[in-house]
Design a protein around this ligand. Sequence first.
Ligand code: GLV
Ligand code: GLV
Length: 320
Amino acid sequence: MDKKKIFITYNIPEAGIKLLLKKGYDVEVYSGKKLISKSELIKKVKNADGIITLLTDKIDKQVIDAMQRCKVIANYAAGYNNIDIEYAKAKGIIVTNTPDVLTDSTADLTMSLVLACMRQFNEGEKLMRSNKFQGWRPKLLLGYELKNKIFGILGMGRIGFAVAKRAYAFGCKIIYYSSKRHTDAEQLLKAKRVSLHTLVRESDIISLHVPLMEKTKKLLNKKLLSQMKNTSVLINTARGEVIDEEYLISLLKKKKIFAAGFDVYENEPKVNPELLKLENVVLLPHLGSATHEARNAMSELAAKNIIAVLSGRKSLTPVN
Ligand code: GLV
Ligand code: GLV
């Protein structure tokens, strides 16, 4: 029998690649220096039985139509808005993601952004690096503490809950808006479920943890954003498109909110140049899951999903 072929669109951490090789699959890792182009992707997926994709690979109808024997697309990410999962399903292709294993890393990064915004890390760093530090001053770069602040979680899934636990440990009061009630958050963290409107008006910190879908596109629109407190901080480690970014920038410019922390952008990897001019923002290059622990575990989980499906078993973390 022919060896089953696995195509991986980028050189991901090797843990998963090793697993696939051990299973005896014929594994091809895309060797280009840049991200794979659509035309190359279409060529490469033709004969693959399983594919590991990145969140930057757009797997649309055209790419799916090129797949002649693919049974499983394992996305190397928790989010899967880059894949037309309905169309894949119609073609009998299972799509999987990598939830859980990146939850703590993403929650850690979210809290880093919260603290960086509340205490103006970027301004402090800039001062030091420009040799302008003249010594301790009573009013130098004053920020806000977390204790007793209202921390609004928008989307209480796994990551939202992990962030809520951290915020609770810092002494915050947790409120959340979510499609489902989260009884653990309510019992363990005294979290209160509120309307989106209330969350936006009452929170001192708002952190986004919803997946990008049709109904979450620009979920934080002008009307909602304009109701945030003047002293509030907004953090987005989910997807750029869930906020009206241009309007948020206009609020930041006018100092209508205290600060914002971005790990994701509306037109990623392009960044709105206006954002780069602002002092009250902290900008990171989509690093939510960027730890050795998470990225290795994501690699293993993606591989295990491929192995399960190609061995006729149920995948571990299907999304369609
Ligand atoms: C990262 O953004 C992911 O969805 O895993
Ligand atoms: C991601 O894994 C989430 O459920 O928030």
